[in-house]
Design a protein around this ligand. Structure first.
Ligand SMILES: NC(=O)c1ccc[n+]([C@@H]2O[C@H](COP(=O)([O-])OP(=O)(O)OC[C@H]3O[C@@H](n4cnc5c(N)ncnc54)[C@H](OP(=O)(O)O)[C@@H]3O)[C@@H](O)[C@H]2O)c1
Length: 286
C-alpha cells in the first residue's frame, strides 16, 4: 500500500471512514468489526472517527468504542495505526447535528474520547466544526492546550475556510498537521483549502469523497466520465474517484466511509490505479 504523511506520521494513502458503521443505516457489530479488520488486512493505517458518530443520544462515542474493540480483537500488529478522532460536534438523538466548541466542553470531550479509545494520547485530534457562538481562536486554543498537556499528539481541523486554516496555523504552529473538508466530484469548492494545505504542508483529508453515504452508489450514474474510465479499466467508478483524488495532490488522503469488507477492499485498490493525463483531464471536467 502506498503511504502519505500526516505531520511526521506515515499512513496508508487511503484511510477508513468510520461514520457509516455508527449512524443511520449502520450494520450490526459483527459486520462492522469485519469491515475494520478487512481494512487492516488491506494495509490501512489511518482510521477516521468522531465522538459524534452515533445514532441515539445515550451512545456518544459509539464509533470510537467500536474502533477500539476492533483494534483490540485484531490478530495482527496495530501499533502503527493512527486513529484520528474529533470533538466539537454533537448528536442530540433526533437525527440532527449541533456544535459546541467551548473550551470546557472540548476538554471534557477529549477526556471521554481518550477513555473510549483506551489510549494515553490521541494520535490526531480534529476540531470538528466551527461553532458560531465561540470565537475560533478560543476553540483552537483549547486544542493547543490539549496537545501541550500531552492528551493529543497531533492536531487537525475540519470544515475550516482558508482564513480559519491560517488562524489555526498561527495558534497551533507545527502542532497543526491536517485539514478535513468535504471534497468529491459533486463538491469541489474546497479547492482553495486544498491549495493552502499544499502551501503549508498540511495533509488534506477529503470527507464524503464518494459523495456521501446515501449517494456514493450513484457516483457513476451522476458523473459519466467516472463510469467510462471505470469501464475501460475494469474497476468501480468509486475506485476511479479515489485514484483521481489521490492524483489531485500528494497532500490528499481520502477517507472513504465503509460498512462492508468488500467496499473498503475495493477502495484500497485505488492506491494501485495510475490514471493517465487524458483520463484525469476528463475526470476534472466531469
Ligand atoms: N469532518 C466532517 O464533518 C465529516 C463529515 C462527513 C464525513 N466525515 C468522515 O468522512 C468519511 C467518509 O465520508 P462518508 O462516509 O460520509 O461518505 P463517502 O465516503 O463518500 O461514502 C460512504 C459510502 O460509500 C460506500 N463505498 C465506500 N467505498 C466504496 C467502493 N469502493 N465502492 C462502492 N461503494 C463504496 C460505502 O458503502 P457501504 O456502507 O455499503 O460499505 C459507504 O456507505 C466518514 O466516514 C467520516 O469518517 C467527516
Amino acid at each position: 500500500m502506498n503511504s502519505r504523511r500526516i505531520g511526521s506520521t506515515e499512513v496508508s494513502a487511503i484511510g477508513l471512514g468510520g461514520m457509516p458503521m455508527s449512524i443511520e443505516g449502520r450494520p450490526d457489530e459483527e459486520r462492522a468489526i469485519r469491515t475494520v479488520h478487512a481494512a487492516l488486512d488491506a494495509g490501512v493505517t489511518l482510521i477516521d472517527t468522531a465522538d459524534a458518530y452515533h445514532l441515539h443520544a445515550d451512545e456518544v462515542g459509539h464509533n470510537e468504542s467500536l474502533i477500539a474493540r476492533a483494534l483490540a480483537s485484531y490478530g495482527g500488529d496495530t501499533s502503527g495505526v493512527l486513529v484520528a478522532t474529533k470533538g466539537g460536534h454533537l448528536r442530540p438523538g433526533d437525527g440532527s447535528w449541533s456544535v459546541n466548541s467551548s473550551p470546557d466542553y472540548l476538554r471534557s470531550a477529549c477526556e471521554a474520547s481518550l477513555k473510549r479509545l483506551g489510549v494515553e494520547a490521541i494520535g490526531l485530534y480534529q476540531h470538528h466544526r466551527p461553532d458560531p457562538k465561540v470565537p475560533y481562536a478560543d476553540a483552537i486554543g483549547a486544542v493547543r492546550d490539549l496537545v501541550d498537556a500531552g492528551k493529543v499528539r497531533m492536531a487537525g481541523i475540519s470544515n475550516a475556510n482558508p482564513e480559519q486554516i491560517r488562524q489555526a496555523r498561527e495558534i497551533l504552529g507545527d502542532r497543526l498537521v491536517s485539514v478535513q473538508n468535504q471534497y468529491s466530484p459533486a463538491f469541489r469548492s474546497s479547492e482553495p483549502e486544498l491549495a493552502l494545505c499544499e502551501e503549508l504542508g498540511l495533509a488534506f483529508l477529503p470527507w464524503s469523497p464518494l459523495g456521501g453515504i446515501s449517494r456514493a452508489g450513484e457516483l457513476g450514474s451522476r458523473f459519466a466520465p467516472f463510469a467510462e474510465v471505470a469501464a475501460a479499466r475494469g474497476v468501480s467508478p468509486q475506485q476511479v474517484c479515489l485514484a483521481w483524488l489521490l492524483a489531485r495532490s500528494p497532500q490528499v488522503i481520502p477517507i472513504p466511509g465503509s460498512s462492508r469488507p468488500e467496499t473498503i477492499r475495493d477502495s484500497v485498490a485505488a492506491t494501485e490505479l495510475q490514471l493517465d493525463p487524458d483520463e484525469l483531464a476528463a475526470l476534472d471536467r466531469a
